[in-house]
Design a protein around this ligand. Structure first.
Ligand code: NAD
Ligand code: UFG
Length: 337
């Protein structure tokens, strides 16, 4: 019995592979390396002393699945593969809909064809849109997304719900991540964005390591304690462990379940910058710029459903997130290159 991990070479996927292997699962990865490389999985195998079965394939390639499903007994799927850059998705909506939605549809066709009935999907807090009050709860209305990337997550959630309704013997888990940061304690795997980072933490760490000159803070006039945006940052290892709990859950019963994976606490951009400076001992110069379009002021989870039903809770605090990010960034200034 194996778990098929699409996008397993990426940031969250590689950390999840470590936790799955350590928990004793067989892991099969399908990744086209469009935003990653085989090096992350080489290190995952080095860290765990266990082998990953690797397929360099695109999830949109209908022919790829025959090989994977004939060579492995796939019990469940964790579906990470997708493009995730918000700004890029506004420039290239067709490519985002093709990759994320088209890819998911091919994956679902293969599940139907080969009789695989369990899937855990990487969704995002972005599906809560701009109209809900914090903390975000799983039963709040979704939609009202502000960019094509977010809309792909919203649509894929709907596609998975419709598919489960048509196949009542399927079990679908939608995980809505808040803001994953941090890295594995070893410093061997971490986040390796291509080009200029879109997200705050990799930007901070690349300024700290000297790759970028200065951090741009997008707005200090929000209605928050210090005026900067507030987010629910979650350690990627906590997130990865959340996937192991979700896999255990997806093996039981049928239906659709939705869980927020966050800490339940928000911190501001400036608080994160200061926590990072403290953890690294390096000053992070910044300047205040105007707001970034599409950003909401405050986003954090009600994380109680995952605690109740998955027995999962984020355990690593912001200081540890910063220390682990810094270890990864300072030991691998060029990422996996
Ligand atoms: P990532 O880019 O590091 O990982 C995604 C992986 O999918 C990469 O290895 C990439 O090469 C692969 N991939 C992309 N398109 C593919 C395709 N067509 N076929 C095969 N492989 C393909 O991103 P991540 O941060 O690890 O995110 C993983 C998932 O979690 C994504 O679906 C993302 O949208 C979602 N998510 C991420 C965040 C975040 O802040 N990092 C937040 C919410 C949700
Ligand atoms: N920010 C800056 N400077 C930067 C980058 C970000 O000030 O260089 C600010 C943003 O304005 C925001 C906060 O830092 O207030 C966090 O921004 P990120 O880009 O790191 O994260 P977002 O909350 O905007 O979005 C991320 C992912 C989305 C995902 C969402 C919820 O990019 O794909 O978390 O999971 F949907």
């Amino acid at each position: 019995m194996a778990i098929l991990v699409t996008g397993g070479a990426g940031f969250i996927g590689s950390h999840t592979c470590v936790e799955l292997l350590n928990a004793g699962y067989d892991v099969v990865v399908m990744d086209n390396y469009s935003n990653s490389s085989a090096e992350s999985l080489r290190r995952v195998q080095e860290l765990t002393g266990k082998a990953v079965r690797l397929y360099e394939k695109d999830i949109r390639d209908a022919d790829a699945y025959a090989e994977i499903f004939s060579q492995n007994t796939i019990d469940s799927i964790i579906h990470f593969a997708g493009l995730k850059a918000v700004g890029e998705s506004i420039q290239m909506p067709v490519e985002y809909y093709d990759n994320n939605i088209g890819g998911t549809v091919e994956l679902l066709k293969a599940m139907q064809k080969y009789g695989c009935k369990r899937i855990v999907f990487s969704s995002s807090a972005t599906v809560y849109g701009v109209n809900n009050p914090v903390p975000f709860r799983e039963d709040m209305p979704t939609g009202g997304t502000t960019n094509p990337y977010g809309t792909t997550k919203y649509f894929i959630e709907r596609i998975l719900m419709d598919t489960q309704a048509a196949h009542p013997d399927w079990n679908v888990i939608l995980l809505r991540y808040f803001n994953p940061i941090g890295a594995h304690k070893s410093g061997r795997i971490g986040e390796d964005p291509q080009g200029i980072p879109n997200n705050l933490m990799p930007y901070i760490s690349q300024v700290a390591v000297g790759k970028l000159p200065i951090l741009h803070i997008y707005g200090n006039d929000y209605d928050t304690p210090d005026g900067t945006g507030v987010r629910d940052y979650i350690h990627v290892v906590d997130l990865a462990i959340g996937h192991v709990r979700a896999v255990e859950k997806v093996m039981q019963g049928t239906g659709v379940q939705i869980y927020n994976l966050g800490t339940g606490h928000g911190i501001s951009v400036l608080e994160l910058v200061h926590a990072f400076e403290k953890a690294s001992g390096v000053r992070v110069p910044y300047q205040i710029d105007s707001r970034r379009s599409g950003d909401i002021p405050v986003c954090y989870a009600d994380a109680s459903k995952a605690a109740r039903e998955l027995g999962w809770k984020a355990e690593r605090g912001v200081a540890e997130m910063c220390e682990d990010t810094w270890r990864w960034q300072s030991q691998n200034p060029k990422g996996y290159a």
